[in-house]
Design a protein. Structure first.
Lengths: 515, 489
């Protein structure tokens, strides 16, 4: 058995027992990246030397008998929107192609302090906007189970890296399903923690009130381990919550007794693929067989989740992305060319005697902004900036943003009521298994509708997790969505782990050598 | 003043709070550092960085708002004001839109028309926001680089918005003066206009009396006024301009969009600013990076207790306690609390408030002005000044001699008693004084003749001679004695 077949917890046992060194482990994953990532495209950058140096440093500490952090030399792949000091952090955008943050995100600092070894940065939809990773400005990421299909998004690189065993662990972000959907499509475990559980400091913002950082891994235990490192209060993030972090790894093995599992009948209606629906129902039966009682609950406002999400997220994004104006950092258009073109336009208008045209002509500054943003943002990012700008504009604010915020409160109240009756809510993560690359590129609405089951979790600010629960007839992974009340990650992980122990879906691996 | 119109003015004042660090990060707010040295990832808007509120800035704002008699909101929140400008690195300013930290207050200001009367100016709201950076441009756009200094970006600003209750440029100036004084007393802001820690925008229009009733003219916002005097002049200019424009065009409010004009100090005129700079939709929405701020009634009461004595109360107390005139009290209070404390100590030492007020205003303030010195550095302690005043009031020396004593104290650091000794000042015995006067009259028959004939001015010559023979003589006494002696002749 190769090192890369082992789970993070298994690797850590071997590291701690000194059966293997961090350098060997990291080298094994680097080799695998070398071998397969040309085809998969999970990583935007891999820094072999830095990773091996870091691994060697951990090995020296271990040999010297020094206390080691929780990750003890395990490699981790990082979604490329988490600030890493002095290293490119591109958000898969031309805009930040050359951007090197002068600081580490809090989660990066925590990973380093825990002796995690950073393998590299993973691909994503530009600024985390998208559900297929096709919106990356730099490369396509393929689903390791079927390389003609998308890995999901926006954290497609992270999910594909873990699924293809090019990393045992990955840190990504989830704004409306960006961890859980790719986890489901790539057959791995992905957890979106409660809003405020993990510091967002250093996460390049997409939609600040929805973004949350979380782990991707091949097993629930591995996700528990990584969450334990990531979670905790951070005085630099005013929205992070000062609550103790439970010891997830020690409790994850304890099954939930007398579990009350909720299912939402309205989620099994139109638009849900039959194979996905069947797999989820079978998963619910597994819980029954484990002693859980299953109860129907209602989330009456869930049907507005996508519409609500696609108001709030773009509104926040339009403001969060205003800073990319070519002035302070990131891409700037060729100012001289822009000025020359502007001058030519002015002359033409003057010759034509077009007074109105001259009045409306950009100033040099406005032209610089316009050109910079036109050239460096991709179409989906532009679409969302326009949506959000429109929805926040005078005269539309009440009808869109304010209304959406009201619905958001109703969604949260739906969950509050549901969780009075049940401990966890189970359902599908995505309406269908991974779809072919290119299928929805020209149909943004169809792509947005894939968030129908996951966006609620972010709107409500609660915790959600995707765990493999079966395969389609084409051999594509299907995920089971579990949701828990705010700050009940421990319950969520224990509930997922009891399912994982009763099933073997998580042990299947994609065959990468077949082609 | 019987103009056929009333001037309607409302002011928006931004003051920089006296915090040591910025509103949402730990960077220093000190003025005058090299460009871009007081910045961090937060105030430069670096991707991923997040703001954390400076509670001290919030509490200082609450203090100012309480001083302005405002209602304090138990819950307030932060909003983003979205606009593009190179000195605004995030592309939005964190401000407060519909739930300001305070509202509905007032400030009493001296009525410029009626001495001793006050006018109550209502305050709509006072809210907190972050400042932008500073742009330095060359005049020709596109031809040269613009430079940005972000040291100021993120500095806490309190915006205080008045109702349009001000009725003249003079009232506007009094409002600003009173506001600045209040904020100084509260320790909220130094309100230094040169360093940009106080900035004023004014909204002004006219209510013209016409046969069909009062008609409002279009509101104009005036910006770019760099001193209180500039505000007064700009508003006077603008009122006159609007009056002429009304006579010319008859334009009423609503007929044209609100205009923004900039005051041009050199030309002493206002000029329209480019229309593109005015029309903005700021797309305000709650900042999702910051939690709403709450404050308990107890905490508000605690801040209220820390306000100390406010200028208006202090003025009244000085008049009542020390018997000085309202005018003198106003002059003293306007100089700030430390000077008032000096006055009080001196007045208590000499038990003569009026005399102390005169000495502080005429001698102490003159020296402070000459030496560009704050009262805290004035070398003569108030108790010593009080002793000197006491000596003068008791008739030991004239006021002019007393000033010489003070000069000696300032020059040498001597106590009042030591300085009086050093100048050889002793009170001249009454009998000696009579002898001296008799001698002078005897040797000046011409003067005696003049005096007998009622030409009293002639006594001046005797005083001069007396002073030459003994510098300690009291001129008034010399004159009195000489006249008495002549009468008896």
């Amino acid at each position: 058995m190769s090192l890369t077949d082992l789970s993070a917890v298994e690797l850590l046992d071997r590291l701690d027992a000194r059966h293997v060194t961090s350098t060997e482990v990291v080298q094994a994953f680097l080799d695998r990246i070398e071998r397969y990532d040309r085809r998969i495209g999970a990583f935007l950058r891999v820094d072999r030397e830095a990773a091996l140096d870091q691994a060697a440093a951990v090995d020296r500490k271990r040999q010297a008998g020094e206390a080691l952090g929780r990750l003890g030399g395990l490699p981790v792949a990082i979604k490329d929107l988490l600030a890493t000091q002095g290293e490119p952090t591109t958000c898969a955008s031309r805009m930040l192609e050359d951007f090197r943050p002068p600081y580490d995100a809090t989660v990066i600092a925590r990973l380093k302090a825990a002796d995690g070894v950073i393998l590299g940065k993973t691909n994503m939809d530009e600024f985390a906007m998208g559900g297929s990773t096709e919106n990356s400005a730099f490369r396509l990421t393929r689903n390791p189970w079927d390389t003609t299909r998308i890995p999901g998004g926006s954290s497609g690189g992270s999910a594909a890296a873990v699924a293809a065993a090019m990393a045992p662990l990955s840190v990504a972000s989830d704004t409306g399903g960006s961890i859980r959907a790719p986890a489901s499509w790539c057959g791995v475990v992905g957890l979106k923690p409660t809003y405020g559980r993990v510091s967002r400091y250093g996460l390049v913002a997409f939609a600040s009130s929805l973004d949350q950082i979380g782990p991707l891994a091949r097993t629930v235990e591995d996700a528990a381990l990584l969450l334990e490192v990531l979670a905790g209060h951070d005085p630099r993030d005013s929205t992070s919550v000062d609550r103790p972090v439970p010891n997830y790894t020690s409790s994850v093995g304890r099954p939930l007794e007398r579990l009350r599992l909720g299912i939402v009948p309205e989620l099994f209606g139109d638009g849900l693929d039959a194979e996905v629906a069947a797999a989820v129902r079978v998963a619910v039966d597994v819980y029954r067989s484990l002693g859980a009682t299953v109860q129907e609950v209602s989330l009456p406002h869930g049907k507005y989740a996508v519409a609500t999400y696609y108001i709030i997220a773009p509104c926040e994004a339009s403001s969060n992305l205003a800073r990319y104006d070519g002035v302070h950092y990131g891409y700037r258009t060729d100012a001289q060319k822009a000025a020359a073109r502007l001058e030519a336009e002015r002359k033409a208008l003057e010759q034509a005697g077009d007074r109105a045209g001259l009045d409306n002509l950009d100033t040099a500054l406005v032209r610089m902004y316009r050109q910079t943003r036109s050239e460096a943002f991709g179409p989906e990012v532009k679409r969302r900036i326009m949506l959000g700008t429109y929805a926040l504009s005078a005269g539309y604010y009440d009808a869109y943003y304010l209304k959406a915020m009201k619905v958001r409160r109703l969604v949260r109240e739906d969950f509050d009521r549901a969780f009075e009756q049940v401990d966890l809510i189970a359902g599908p993560v995505t309406p269908m298994p991974a779809y072919p690359i290119g299928e929805k590129v020209n149909d943004p609405l169809a792509m947005y509708l894939c968030d129908v089951y996951t966006a609620c979790t972010n709107l409500a600010g609660i915790a959600g997790l995707s765990i493999p629960c079966g395969f389609s007839s084409r051999g594509l992974p299907i995920g089971l969505h579990l949701q828990a009340p705010a700050f009940e990650e421990e319950r969520l992980l224990r509930g997922a782990a009891m399912y994982q122990r009763a099933t073997a879906w998580h042990t299947r691996r994609p065959s990468l050598d077949g082609e | 003043m019987n103009k056929p119109y009333a001037i309607i003015i409302g002011l928006e004042v931004h003051v920089q709070l006296l915090t040591s660090s910025k509103l949402f990060c730990g960077c220093s707010t000190a003025f005058g550092a090299a460009p871009n040295t007081q910045t961090c990832v937060v105030c430069t808007g670096t991707p991923g960085a997040l703001p954390v509120m400076n509670r001290q800035a919030y509490l200082l704002s609450v203090k100012a708002a309480l001083g302005l008699n405002c209602q304090i909101a138990r819950l307030t929140k932060w909003d983003r004001k979205n606009y593009y400008y190179p000195d605004l690195p995030k592309g939005y300013q964190i401000s407060q839109y519909d739930m300001p930290l305070s509202r509905d207050g007032h400030l009493d200001i001296p009525d410029p028309e009626q001495e001793g009367q006050v006018r109550r100016i209502r305050i709509i709201r006072a809210h907190l926001e972050e400042d932008a950076g500073k742009s330095m441009h060359d005049e020709v756009a596109g031809k040269a680089d613009s430079r940005i200094d972000l040291n100021r970006a993120g500095t806490p600003l309190l915006e205080i918005v008045s109702q349009p209750d001000l009725r003249s440029p003079a009232e506007a100036k009094n409002y600003l003066t009173e506001l600045k004084l209040l904020l100084n007393y509260l320790g909220v802001s130094d309100c230094n206009m040169q360093e940009g820690s106080l900035r004023v925008d004014a909204n002004i229009n006219l209510h013209v009396a016409t046969p069909e009733g009062n008609v409002a003219t279009p509101i104009v916002e005036v910006k770019n006024m760099n001193s209180f005097r500039a505000v007064e002049r700009a508003l006077a200019y603008e009122a006159q301009r609007q009056w002429e424009l009304w006579q010319e065009t008859g334009q009423r409010i609503g007929d044209v969009p609100k205009q923004t004009r900039g005051w041009e100090e050199e030309a002493q005129i206002t000029r329209p600013q480019r229309s593109k700079e005015e029309s903005s939709d700021y797309r305000y929405f709650p900042d999702p990076d910051l939690a709403p701020v709450t404050i308990s009634e107890d905490a508000i009461a605690h801040v209220r207790q820390s306000l100390g004595e406010l200028p208006a109360d202090l003025r009244t107390r000085l008049v009542g306690q020390f018997g000085i005139t309202p005018y003198d009290s106003d002059v003293l209070v306007s100089q700030g609390r430390p000077l008032v404390d000096y006055f009080i100590a001196a007045a208590e030492a000499c038990r003569d408030g009026k005399a102390a007020a005169n000495w502080v205003q005429q001698s102490v303030l003159r020296v402070l002005n000459e030496r560009q010195m704050p009262i805290e550095q004035f070398p003569v302690p108030p108790a010593e000044l009080g002793r000197l005043i006491d000596e003068v009031q008791s008739g030991k020396m004239e006021t002019s001699r007393g000033r010489e004593v003070l000069a000696e104290m300032l020059a040498t650091g001597k106590s009042a008693a030591a300085a009086i000794d050093a100048l050889g000042i002793v009170q001249v015995d009454e009998a000696d004084l009579e002898t001296l006067c008799a001698e002078l009259l005897a040797s000046n028959p011409k003067v005696v003749d003049d005096l007998k004939q009622g030409r009293l001015k002639a006594a001046g010559a005797l005083i001069g001679q007396a002073k030459k023979r003994n510098p300690n003589v009291n001129a008034t006494r010399v004159r009195e004695i000489c006249l008495q002696l002549v009468q008896r002749m």
